[in-house]
Design a protein. Structure first.
Length: 150
């Protein structure tokens, strides 16, 4: 009987939910990241059009901010980011390039990992890549030696 009670008590200890540790704890001076926007909407983009966007952020904390990693949800989305520590009050940027050779809806995420009070932030890109409609190719201007029919 005593053995059964011990087993239940031990199982209760191990069944406690684990919480993710915050690397900054309750540090009031910790870096803090604030993005100007969390979502970039490309709208409708032509195939092989401009798939570049930028997410600007600021360190609104009191200690240097370091981005340890920036990961995209797929290989068609490539992020580049500020590698140097961002001092308090200063800004940085994450540039994202989406491969617009892929037609259809865009709905991808970019996860930012840092030493900020909120150590993980998810950014999102959205929109639609469409085929260039027939007849929308830019026309070549007439050269000075080409006769123009009137």
């Amino acid at each position: 009987m005593m053995l059964a009670g011990l087993l239940f008590a031990t199982a209760g200890v191990f069944a406690q939910p684990a919480t993710a540790p915050n690397p900054q704890g309750d540090n009031p001076n910790a870096p803090d990241i604030k993005f100007a926007k969390l979502v970039h909407d490309y709208g409708t983009v032509p195939k092989e059009g401009d798939g570049n966007c930028e997410f600007e952020f600021q360190n609104v904390g009191k200690e240097p901010l370091v981005l340890s990693d920036v990961k995209s949800s797929c290989g068609c989305t490539v992020p580049q980011w500020t590698r140097e520590p961002i001092l308090p009050g200063k800004k940085g940027a994450i540039k994202v390039k989406y491969d617009t050779k892929r037609m259809g809806p865009i709905n991808k995420t970019v996860t930012v990992l840092s030493n900020a009070k909120t150590p993980s932030v998810v950014l999102r890109i959205q929109g639609t890549v469409v085929d260039n409609p027939a007849g929308t190719a830019p026309e070549k201007p007439a050269s000075p030696t080409t006769p123009v029919n009137k």
